[in-house]
Design a binder for this molecule. Structure first.
Ligand code: ASP
Ligand code: MG
Length: 424
């Protein structure tokens, strides 16, 4: 049994869906689960719609029309027969949102968010499943919410592994024994069958959950890059593809912010020793990257960039030492404000962290920290993580930068830096 995962870019338009179908035609025609994200930037658009609805803005109709047009343009390009049932099926999903938008937004915003944003994956899978069937493939559309069971932490559902595994074994395995199933990434449901989402970019994680519960032989994430690269081409001119990667290195890279795979993806696969392939849907003949349990050191150093960082330094007001009690206090506040620490360093009288600059969250956090501590902060910074660093690689990324904080372990070096030009 194998699992394929296709992200938003691989279903961005009709041509992309046709390309996906070509990949599936070459794969085994049974025992294949296909996990798909929302088309293109649909999730961002639905997020906007959900916010507009929650804040009572008057542009919800316009936003929804935009999403509708985008999907129906793709459908029209794929299905020349306008009587095809997919037209109705997709229209019905939109009617559900329309009904919701007619009500007052009285429910909790995170709950509303999940009910609206989850539609993106339902739409994309309906369209792709119908198109694959039309091309003679033995495909069934399955609703991921019947399988991925979560608690009710909306926008960040925590998976109930026992329930999920039981449902998958009992009801999904038999479907896959006979053919191909298409399902949604990113979404699940509570024990009361309310829709939840697993956190942004969570479709990779869905693929890993399904793979682990199915004891899949392999999972392939199809991307618009040739595999896992040693840096994001957005920030680096010269990148190299890494042919093979250990689970451990993959976890470290994604943990530090490599966006090629969602950080939660690797662990469930590692636990079951399921190999993960990252391959290009643009060049499906390419080998891609294989991630598995073999201990294979990275052939080249890897670089991970995070921009728009804030370095927060926290000092006890009386200049006493930073001790365990303060740290537990401080971490509690970070946890309460849902601020994720990207790197940290403590000294006798201060504790410094670098975090993503989410204006609202950070200013609330700083004001709470300031009750007990003296807080200094510095914005507009970048955080560079180098896995398998050496002095050369450090020099390469820190030219014309002032290093404000540096944390090194045996294989990993993290630096929070400011552009020197920004200091003048
Ligand atoms: N569609 C969701 C998002 O854009 C999940 C995913 O793409 O993995 O965040
Ligand atoms: Mg995506």
């Amino acid at each position: 049994m194998e699992v394929y995962k296709f992200g938003g870019a691989s279903v961005v338009n009709a041509q992309a869906v046709k390309n996906l179908a070509e990949i599936i035609k070459k794969a085994a025609q049974t025992q294949l689960l296909i996990v798909i994200s929302a088309m293109g930037k649909t999730t961002n658009k639905l997020e906007e719609l959900s916010n507009a609805y929650v804040f009572g803005q008057d542009n919800t109709h316009e936003l929804l029309e935009d999403i509708k047009t985008y999907h129906f343009d793709i459908i029209t390009a794929l299905f020349s027969d306008h009587q095809h049932p997919v037209y109705n099926d997709v229209a019905n999903s939109f009617v559900e949102i329309e009904w919701l938008l007619e009500e007052e937004a009285n429910d909790a915003p995170d709950y509303i968010y999940d009910q609206i944003v989850s539609i993106g994956e339902l739409l994309s899978t309906k369209i792709v499943a119908a198109y694959l069937k039309e091309n003679g493939l033995p495909v069934s559309w399955v609703d991921a919410r019947n399988f991925i069971k979560t608690d009710n932490t909306y926008r960040e559902g925590k998976v109930d592994w026992d329930k999920t595994s039981a449902e998958v074994q009992k009801h999904l395995k038999p479907v896959l024994e006979k053919g191909i199933a298409v399902t949604q990434g990113f979404i699940g449901s509570t024990s009361e069958n309310f829709t939840t989402t697993l956190g942004r970019e969570g479709s990779d994680y869905s693929a890993a959950i399904f793979s682990a519960c199915l004891d899949a032989t392999a999972v392939t994430i199809w991307k618009d890059v040739p595999g896992v690269l040693n840096a994001d081409p957005k920030w680096f001119d010269q990148t190299e593809k890494i042919p093979q990667l250990s689970y451990h290195d993959a976890i470290e890279l994604t943990y530090y912010g490599a966006t090629v795979i969602h950080p939660k993806t690797i662990k469930p696969l590692q636990n079951k020793n399921i190999p993960l392939y990252v391959r290009s849907f643009l060049h499906p003949e390419g080998e891609g990257t294989q991630i598995n349990g073999e201990n294979c050191p990275l052939p080249v150093p890897s670089f991970i960039f995070k921009v728009n960082q804030v370095l927060i330094s926290i000092f006890p007001k009386d200049f006493s030492f930073i001790i365990e009690e303060n740290l537990s206090d401080i971490f509690n506040l970070f946890h309460q404000h849902k601020v994720k620490v990207n790197t940290m360093l403590n000294s006798a009288i201060s504790f410094s962290v670098s975090v993503d600059n989410d204006e609202e969250k950070i200013s609330n956090l700083i004001s709470d920290l300031s009750v007990l501590y003296k807080v200094k902060y510095n914005k507009g910074l970048e955080l560079v993580t180098i896995r398998y660093y050496n002095q050369d690689t450090i020099n390469r990324v820190s030219t014309n930068k002032e290093i404000l904080l540096e944390v090194k372990s045996r294989h990993t070096c993290q630096m929070v830096m400011k552009d020197k030009s920004a200091l003048e």
